[in-house]
Design a protein. Structure first.
Length: 85
């Protein structure tokens, strides 16, 4: 399942992706679970970069216990500030 990044039109496709039939955009995003398929015509360098990018996307965020959520001294609050001249 892939979706058009411009209009969110979704299709299931097993071959080369067409332009979006709804808006004409050519950029698609992988929506299914699991790794995105690797295009067959990639060079070894492109394939390596693709696999590295997929591995980074699949990493889960770090979980830390006991982190302080108090305000830092660098933050100041000012009231009644005019943003327009």
């Amino acid at each position: 399942m892939v979706g058009c990044v411009a209009c969110q039109f979704q299709i299931r496709n097993r071959s080369a992706l067409p332009t979006c039939p709804q808006c004409g955009e050519m950029v698609w995003a992988w929506l299914d679970e699991g790794p995105a398929p690797v295009p067959e015509d990639l060079t070894a360098e492109e394939r390596s970069a693709h696999e590295k990018a997929q591995a980074e996307l699949n990493q889960k965020p770090a979980v830390e216990e006991g982190v302080s959520l108090e305000a830092t001294p660098e933050v100041t609050i000012e009231e009644n500030v005019k943003l327009e001249p």
